[in-house]
Every structure is written in C-alpha cells, then in structure tokens.
Ligand binder design. Structure first.
Ligand code: MN3
Length: 205
C-alpha cells in the first residue's frame, strides 16, 4: 500500500462488536477519525511525488529522511492509518480463544498465561497518559514484549512487529463509557481476533 492511501473497509459491520464496542463509536472511529488520518496523510505527501511509491511502513521507518515540513504530519497521520488498520483487523464479532501454537507457547513462556498477558496489556494501556496505544510486539527473534506508544507513534522505528494492539485514545471509548478506560479495555478483551494475532506473529518469525 502506498500513495494514494485509501480508507480500508471494516471487515465487519459497525454494530458487529456490540455490546462490547458500540456501533456509534465504531462508525465515528472508522469513518471520521481514520478517514481524517488517511486524508491528512495524502495531503502531506501530495507535493512530494518521489515519496508516492513508498509503503506506509517505509515512510514510518524513515521519518527523519522525509522533508522536514511533513515529518510531523506523516508521523501522526501515517501512524494513525497504520495503527488503526491493525487495530480494526484485530477485533472480530466471532472471537475464538487463542489455539495451541507458536503464539500461545510464546505468551505462556513470557507471562504464564494469556490472561496474565492481557492483564499486563491493560496495565500498560491504563498507564498511557493522554492518548496512545498498548501493544503486544515481537522482535526479530520472535521474543514477545509489551510496548507503549504516545499519540499515533508506532513500534516500527524500534524494529518491533505488531502482534496485537489496543487503542486507548478517548475517541475509542468516550461515547459509550466516558472516562472509564478500564471498563473499555475489559470489554475489548471479548472481541480480540486471536487468529489474526497469531497470523501477525507467524508472519514475522
Ligand atoms: Mn483511534
């Protein structure tokens, strides 16, 4: 995927994650917030045709090589596109428990259980001051860790691969849950797409 970036359709209906994530939040999150990141990313890149063949990953990995007048815009809006495309793909209306396999084994080796991993991801998400993300990431050896980013920063500059991510911006939960971020994170745990998380992990082993 490179310029001109497009809004990726949700792989399920806006109301498909009810009652855990409400339809209005999903609609605004996808059709307004993510659309704005897409549009602003394209606007930043428009006058630099030499960047139009660059993938989103390449842009985000080489922010310091971009023209200085668009570095912040690409960091924030390109990161917004990258983070949300992952996040929306990592939720599903038909969640299944994580099956036995490489990801489950790696989680058990690191945290003992999936539940403990989720407790740690929740703690990381709650400790983000302001807006940001909580991540389960893997390094080049397949070792897992929990990662936090502010704003729309990504794990890409740290050479980390996304297995699972959690949006803790207020726009992800405020309509339904106001300030109750912990309640939102607990609800999110009911719609995790573990099959996609495992695919993400295996793709970078
Ligand atoms: Mn968001």
């Amino acid at each position: 995927m490179s310029y001109k970036f497009e809004l990726k359709p949700l792989p399920y209906a806006y109301d498909a994650l009810e009652p855990f994530i409400d339809a209005k939040t999903m609609e605004i999150h996808h059709s307004k917030h993510l659309q704005a990141y897409v549009d602003n990313l394209n606007a930043a890149l428009e006058k630099y045709p030499e960047l139009h063949s660059w993938s989103l990953e390449k842009l985000l990995k080489n922010l310091d090589q971009l023209p200085t007048d668009i570095q912040a815009a690409v960091r924030n809006n390109g990161g917004g596109v990258y983070n949300h495309d992952l996040f929306f793909s990592l939720m599903t209306p038909n969640p299944q428990p994580l099956k036995d396999g490489a990801l489950k084994s790696a989680i058990q080796a690191e945290w003992g259980s999936v539940d403990e991993l989720l407790a740690q991801m929740k703690a990381a998400g709650l400790s983000v001051f302001g807006s940001g993300w909580s991540w389960l990431v893997s390094d080049e050896s397949g070792k897992l860790s929990i990662f936090k980013t502010p704003n729309q920063d990504t794990p890409i500059p740290a050479n980390l691969n996304t297995v699972l991510n959690l949006d803790v911006w207020e726009h992800a939960y405020y309509l339904l849950r106001q300030n109750r971020r912990a309640e939102y994170i607990d609800a999110w745990m009911n719609v995790i797409n573990w099959q996609q998380a495992e695919e993400n992990y295996l793709a970078n082993l």
